[in-house]
Design a protein around this ligand. Structure first.
Ligand code: 5GP
Length: 168
């Protein structure tokens, strides 16, 4: 499977159109989750019409004593999100555990006016959470993909199309 650059671009434009109409007259604060989302975030914000700002965060993952095994901690958040219309920007949502942790941390620290999620890719078959993904670019099967910012061991973020990593 390969998702072509034109397919990706069209889907990003659809997301932007929907955000532009949903947030008309409001100011948006995009919270892009690095590293993978850097390219999608750049493509998306260039198409956004309402007043907006973008800030970048990272998720540090380490082994922990939870049912999910891995603890994911949001780092680098310097903005005050109180009263803001926040849109989380993700490259891909797989199980949703990362998203769940981010949401939990944001909501335990701040009271945003609203919070929504935009993800370039979404794997519905492996999703384990009930958090709505408000803006999904493309739903994909449960394969590991690279390109358009997504990596395989650090490589492949520069690919202009999105490819499935072949299993040996
Ligand atoms: P989740 O917590 O939703 O299971 O996984 C989210 C993170 O896992 C993503 O932000 C991404 O870093 C990584 N991930 C999940 N699926 C893929 C994939 O198919 N390709 C790449 N490159 N990363 C993935």
């Amino acid at each position: 499977m390969c998702i072509s650059r034109s397919q990706v671009r069209t889907n990003i434009e659809h997301i932007a159109d929907r955000i532009n109409s949903d947030y008309e007259g409001k100011e948006i604060l995009f919270l892009a989750v690095l590293n993978g989302s850097f390219m999608f975030a750049a493509d998306l914000v260039r198409k956004i019409k309402p007043l907006c700002r973008i800030t970048f965060v990272k998720v540090a993952s380490y082994q922990g004593d939870t049912s999910e095994g891995i603890i994911r901690e949001l780092i680098g958040l310097k903005e005050d999100l109180n009263g803001k219309h926040v849109i989380l920007v993700e490259d891909i949502v797989d199980t949703g555990f990362t998203l769940g942790h981010i949401m939990k941390q944001v909501k335990s620290t701040y009271k945003p006016a609203s919070i929504a999620v935009a993800s370039l890719l979404f794997k519905p078959q492996s999703y384990r959470k009930s958090i709505a993904i408000d803006y999904v670019g493309i739903e994909i099967p449960n394969n590991f993909v690279v390109g358009w910012g997504l990596d395989y061991n650090g490589y492949g973020r520069n690919f202009e199309d999105i490819y499935v990593v072949a299993e040996e």
